[in-house]
Design a protein around this ligand. Structure first.
Ligand code: EPZ
Length: 454
């Protein structure tokens, strides 16, 4: 059995499902890894193919399970999905889009939040859409109120059913003026994927402007959309009647790149991340340098290592161009090895420090403040939902038996086990393949000492 793309098997252990690792820590990770297209763009660009009257090609698609989920959902809606004309590319033919059976949607939706983004394209193509209860990482309540409010403003009728949400738009969808209460990535994508074929103009205020959003706008513009990005998080979309397919190479995965950078710092190793680029990671690189990390920007990637002893830092997660919430979990593992105190304010999700329980079990000195803390001048406006973690170091980590809670928490647990003295058993690691391609192979290539034991 192999995990998506991984060649590392179970070391011949019969019945091992790639869910449990035995990790012997203490070795610096050294070598290079390559990152492909961003999970948080690729899955949305796949949905956008539904809007085209002709086939689309997406390049640099990572072999991760979130892609497999969206592929199955597209096929359930009659989209023909084939390998593209180069390795790592997919071709989507949406000419025979049809309604999918609820059971099929349910079967495939599973752990993903992406089905909510099918609404706009399906309403345009079929006049109706059904969305099951959504999955995704348990890092907060993750409501979809902004999405539904926007869809209603476009003229969609929203029926909440016990099994999910049914949407209809028998008179079609029209442009709208939408002001998001918070620059939500998902709600901005919802508006983009709906407004591009709605009649009239849509004005979106307080929009998300993450690099993945900009890349989705590039995809839609290639399809024939008219989207202008104004100052102060305003996006204007002039609806068009028809869109064609696209041919697009996805922006690189800055979340995966930042994860490997933190792994280099935590294990005191040296990792070259092939495909990483500076512009999308400016804020991360600043924090890395403040924490005592060092990096080399090269044509084809970025080399990461320590630049001496690590130092405590204060970080506030935020929407782009702030410090990304998906970067904090791997970084915290490195900060357990830093001299002094670090404070991480999590302002995007209300429950994203659960993974620290395992780090504390391994010997880390971390205190979580469930209602956040007030400490000195703040750059990011305080949100009621925020929490804070205070990390004091350096503390040696020791091996333990731990279970992965979510995608980024999972990556962090494996890196903590590689940083720790002794052996760890890390369970439920399968979830990591939702966002990290060829994870086991990459670890082995960096000299990690582990076995797949279950
Ligand atoms: C996307 O999630 C990413 N996921 C997340 O990455 C990422 O952490 C997040 O954006 C922020 O950058 C994907 O792209 C698949 P949001 P999304 O809508 O779209 C609240 C990873 O590890 N909110 O920007 O779900 C929400 O509860 C994942 O790769 C509402 O209140 O994020 C949260 O507090 C984890 N109502 C905040 O906004 C809504 O209707 C940000 O959510 C929508 C959101």
């Amino acid at each position: 059995m192999t995990l998506l793309g991984d060649t590392i098997t179970t070391g011949g252990l019969k019945g091992a499902r790639g869910e449990i690792l035995a990790i012997r820590g203490g070795q610096p990770l050294r070598g290079s890894v390559s990152v492909k297209g961003a999970k948080n763009l690729v899955t949305k660009a796949m949905v956008a193919s539904l809007l085209g009257e002709s086939p689309s090609i997406l390049r640099d698609v990572p072999g991760i399970s979130d892609v497999a989920v969206v592929r199955s959902l597209l096929e359930a809606h009659g989209v023909r999905v084939d390998d593209g004309d180069e390795p790592g590319s997919l071709r989507f033919d949406p000419r025979d889009v049809e309604s999918a059976h609820m059971e099929e949607i349910d079967a495939h939706a599973g752990a993903s939040r992406i089905p909510i983004l099918f609404c706009g394209p399906l309403l345009h193509r079929l006049g109706q859409a059904f969305i099951p209860d959504l999955g995704g990482c348990r890092i907060g309540d993750r409501p979809i109120d902004f999405h539904l409010d926007a869809l209603r403003k476009f003229g969609a009728n929203v029926d909440k059913l016990p099994s999910g949400i049914r949407l209809t738009a028998k008179d079609g969808l029209h442009g709208a003026s939408i002001h998001l209460p918070y620059p939500s990535v998902g709600a901005t994508e919802q508006v983009l994927l709906t407004a591009v074929r709605a009649s009239g103009v849509t004005e979106l205020r307080n929009a998300a402007i993450e690099p993945e959003i900009m890349d989705l706008i590039a995809v839609l513009q290639k399809m024939g959309a008219i989207i202008s990005y104004e100052p102060n998080r305003v996006i204007l979309i002039e609806g068009v009647e028809k869109l064609s397919g696209y041919d697009h190479r996805a922006v690189f995965d800055r979340n995966e790149a930042a994860s490997w950078a933190s792994a280099a710092l935590a294990t005191d190793g040296e990792i070259f991340v092939d495909g990483a680029k500076q512009p999308e990671m400016l804020t991360f690189l600043n924090v890395l340098r403040k924490a005592g990390g060092d990096f080399d920007i090269r044509e084809d990637g970025i080399l990461f290592r320590r630049g001496g002893d690590l130092r405590g830092v204060t970080v506030e997660t935020d929407v782009h161009p702030g410090f990304m919430t998906d970067w904090q979990q791997p970084l915290i593992v490195a900060l357990t090895q830093a001299q002094g105190t670090s404070i991480v304010h999590e302002t995007v999700y209300e429950n994203r420090f659960g993974f620290t329980d395992a780090l504390i079990k391994m010997g880390a000195d971390i205190t979580v403040h469930p209602h956040g803390i007030q400490d000195g001048p703040r750059r990011v406006p305080r949100r009621n939902l925020e929490q804070a973690a205070v990390i004091t170091g350096p503390t040696p980590l020791r091996g333990a038996d731990i279970t992965v809670p979510d995608l980024r928490g999972g990556y962090s647990h494996v890196i903590a086990a590689l940083t720790a003295e002794g052996e760890s058993t890390v369970r439920n690691v399968g979830i990591i393949s939702r966002g990290y391609e060829k994870f086991f192979d990459k670890l082995a290539g960096l000299g990690a000492d582990f076995d797949v034991i279950g």
